[in-house]
Design a protein around this ligand. Sequence first.
Ligand code: DX5
Ligand code: ZN
Length: 218
Amino acid sequence: SRPFRIAPSILSADFARLGDEVRAIAEAGADYIHIDVMDGHFVPNISFGAPIMKAVRGVTDKVFDCHLMISPTDAYLADFAKGGADIITVHAEAGPHLHRSLQAIRALGKKAGVAINPATPVSAIQHVIDDVDLVLIMSVNPGFGGQSFIPASLEKVREANRLIGGRNVDLEIDGGVSASNALALREAGANVLVAGSAIFASNDPSTYAARIAAIRNA
Ligand code: DX5
Ligand code: ZN
């Protein structure tokens, strides 16, 4: 089965100390560093872009798991590839040419991910499943950290797990993940758990290892 990974979202980090925050979660046991890019157009919030990601790339050699909540996407893919993203995930809803975007990511030498919003059926990605390295199921409406997990997402994880079958594709869940739902999500087939507020709650680095371990050992 696919290796289990925890991907803290730096959206909930203290941006004034971003490099230190990334180093702290890397040392505290993060597997991937989840990077939430928001454009104020595809989602109703603005976070940061490729230059900020690039600025902290040198802090760790952990996988940079870049979640693009932007539309359009294609014009910016090269910036994220050059800025140090290892996985670049685009939303199925972000444009009319999802397959082209996924091909462009792979042509840049990066792993390609596809994300779907809570209202988008798993069937929307059926015809690109052989073109991706990661499937991301959004379990909140994207745009903000700290929202509640939408319960119907659990069944979508099961359905995506069936769609992936024996393929070497990560199944990632993002939004409202905590130690209290981590086991159910794992059992449903998710192998990459994103967590923002559950890890960065206090922005106190001395708590990160325990918070990551609580999700890992749930
Ligand atoms: C939401 C982002 C998530 C978010 C997760 O738009 O894609 O990655 O930061 O935050 P929590 O874990 O607090 O829901
Ligand atoms: Zn995300």
